[in-house]
Design a protein around this ligand. Structure first.
Ligand code: SAM
Length: 202
């Protein structure tokens, strides 16, 4: 991901292989993730800046600090630009996996890292190392009742089911979504609900 050649369009970021990294239609999804992880306020950790939608919604909550880890140099540059007038934001340009020992503990964590080879390890770190007591962890997901023929989506869903959801007490809030009818935009444009998963650290 770090060395991907990204193209930044008004409504999406794509990589050189045509993978959609982020799209603007997902803004309401990001808002709900942000509201859930910030419901106790405090110190927030976010993995993956992307187009900055979730970051913007996190900033709109009543929080103390907002640490963003972003691996891609151009996305991180954009994040630093965005953060210039936001004193609570700390941008760390890195692979989260390389800086895990430098992090503190957080009241809310949102994980939304695309094409991350260490994805399967994040949930354990979040719940066992990074979350404060009663802290809330949420993660982007593409798990729906519909099968996807996109190999990456199937791969990610399998990791999420096996490492993020299994053996964790995951709760969900469901919101309405309206994905565009565009190849690769979502599993299917007919999926009209999104389950926002979250884990509260007891
Ligand atoms: C789907 S986007 C995030 C979208 C964001 N939540 C938003 O609202 O716009 C994924 C981001 O994660 C970053 N990323 C991927 N792997 C990462 C890693 N290992 N560590 C940190 N950032 C990573 C990508 O460069 C990309 O900017």
């Amino acid at each position: 991901m770090k060395n991907s050649k990204l193209e930044f369009l008004a409504d999406r970021i794509i990589d050189e292989n045509g993978n959609i990294i982020m799209m603007s239609w997902e803004d309401p999804v990001m808002k709900k993730h942000a509201e859930i992880i910030c419901s106790n306020g405090g110190d927030i950790l976010e993995i993956g800046f992307g187009m900055g939608y979730s970051s913007g919604h996190i900033q709109n909550q009543d929080i103390k600090s907002h640490t963003i880890i972003e691996i891609h140099p151009e996305v991180a540059r954009r994040a630093r630009e965005w953060a210039k007038d936001k004193p609570t934001v700390i941008i760390i340009e890195a692979d989260w996996y390389d800086v895990i020992d430098d992090l503190k503990t957080y009241d809310g964590i949102f994980y939304d890292a695309e094409l991350d080879p260490n994805m399967r390890k994040f949930s354990k770190y979040a719940t066992e190392k990074l979350l404060k007591k009663d802290g809330i962890f949420s993660f982007y997901n593409t798990i729906t009742g519909e099968m996807s023929d996109n190999r990456y989506i199937s791969f990610r869903n399998n990791i999420l089911k096996r490492y993020f959801i299994k053996n964790n007490n995951v709760k969900y809030e469901t919101i309405d979504i309206n994905p565009p009818d565009f190849p690769g935009a979502y599993i299917s444009s007919t999926v009209n609900e999104y389950n926002v998963p979250f884990i509260v650290n007891k």
